[in-house]
Design a protein around this ligand. Structure first.
Ligand code: NAD
Length: 354
């Protein structure tokens, strides 16, 4: 088992990564939680496959369970569903000594985590992420949120879990498009901080090889995120590195109304194209963009900039919520495994993105 301890100013907790850990979840929770009530928040897909097992497991260990199932998909990250969750939690007479367990992908983690952070001014929660994206990214770092009709993640907070339990075996039932969607973020970690991870990912030739190494891959990604979050918990500096490929990626996603590309696919396009531009300008080691293209091809991810109205893309990038005044920060690679933040003037945006 891999264990990572996240040490923050006001909180510390551990991330446990092990194939099959879910089968022992009740006993593991018993070690960190002494009371009885657990509200399990999950989505309809995960419930169908794992709902009964997890419920039985927790009950066997003496917990009193309330299961709250939301419809799968991004639409559930809404104020309406949040209100439904609050009501169900209050019906369960949950209090600040009880526990919420989020059991699902990033949607369930963000939504359930935000409910935990706000109801009764905060109820402890544990994350059991079930998608690749959630296991390497969204369950770590404490960002929780819901969407508004005007945009994604506009209402949220920083709220860290008591623990994160990651079972890579759960990924066996994940639809392929979500697996490769998550792989875009895995590749991102390789690009920004871990040349060895990147090289290994390039070496694997089959899905079996990927799965044989998945525990270590998840561990590598979580280690990078942990370190960055420890240095910059509130996203004021270094944490921005995690946004490599995301500024353009978000603009692409939005341009196609979140219908044509998944988040990972859009980030893939973002990573390749910003690197292509920075390489052309001598800021990135020659050959880096090509390596990114090669790895994206390998994991069925796109790299080509789609046909889009350039002015609209530039406008969206200029409106990015992370911008400050007339300047913005972008993330570039020196080479694979080394990244840096560059402050640019908004009027120069074109130079880097098109
Ligand atoms: N908080 C953060 O730091 C952070 C970071 C990145 C992304 N996010 C958020 O994460 C969300 C995306 O996460 P996601 O890609 O996990 O989406 P998701 O939660 O919608 O999961 C993807 C799909 O996979 C299904 N699924 C999950 N686990 C499964 C399993 N083991 N077997 C079978 N099916 C399974 C889900 O039901 C869903 O249909 C977005 O809302 C995004 O904003 C948050």
């Amino acid at each position: 088992m891999y264990i990572l301890d996240v040490n923050l100013v006001h909180k510390s907790y551990s991330i446990y990564i092990k194939k099959g850990i879910i089968r022992d979840i009740g006993r593991k929770l018993r070690k960190i939680y002494k009371n009885e009530k657990i509200a399990v928040i999950t989505d309809s897909n995960v419930e169908k496959i794992y709902g009964k097992n997890i419920e039985d497991n927790l009950k066997r260990n003496g917990f009193l369970i309330e299961k709250i199932v939301v419809k799968s998909g991004e639409e559930s990250k809404s104020l309406e569903v949040l209100k439904y969750i609050y009501d169900r939690l209050l019906d369960f007479e949950i209090n600040r000594g009880d526990l919420i367990l989020t059991f699902g992908g990033g949607v369930v983690g963000d939504l359930g985590g935000f409910a935990a952070s706000t109801l009764l001014r905060g109820i402890p929660y544990v994350q059991v992420p079930t998608s690749l994206l959630a296991q390497i990214d969204s369950s770590i770092g404490g960002k929780v949120a819901v969407n508004l009709s005007r945009g994604k993640n506009l209402v949220g907070s920083f709220y860290h879990p008591e623990a994160v339990f990651i079972d890579p075996v759960l990924l066996e039932t994940l639809e392929k498009r979500f697996l490769y969607d998550g792989m875009a973020e895995v590749i991102k970690y390789g690009c920004i901080r871990d040349r060895k991870l990147f090289k290994n990912l390039l070496k694997y030739n089959t899905e079996k090889e990927l799965f044989d190494n998945i525990e270590e891959i998840i561990y590598s990604c979580c280690s990078i995120k942990k370190e960055i979050v420890e240095n910059d918990e509130k996203d004021k500096g270094e944490r921005m590195l995690l946004n490599f490929g995301h500024t353009l990626g978000h603009a692409v996603e939005k341009y196609f109304k979140y219908e044509k590309y998944t988040h990972g696919e859009a980030v893939a396009i973002g990573m390749y194209n910003i690197t292509r531009r920075s390489e052309e300008q001598g800021m990135t080691e020659k050959g880096t963009a090509n390596l990114i293209k090669e790895i994206l091809n390998k994991y069925y991810l796109p790299y080509k900039m789609p046909d889009m109205d350039k002015e609209e893309i530039i406008k969206t990038i200029n409106l990015d919520k992370k911008n400050k005044g007339s300047e913005m920060n972008i993330v570039l690679l020196k080479k694979i495994g080394e990244s840096y933040i560059k402050k640019i003037k908004k009027i120069d945006v074109k130079k880097y993105f098109y």
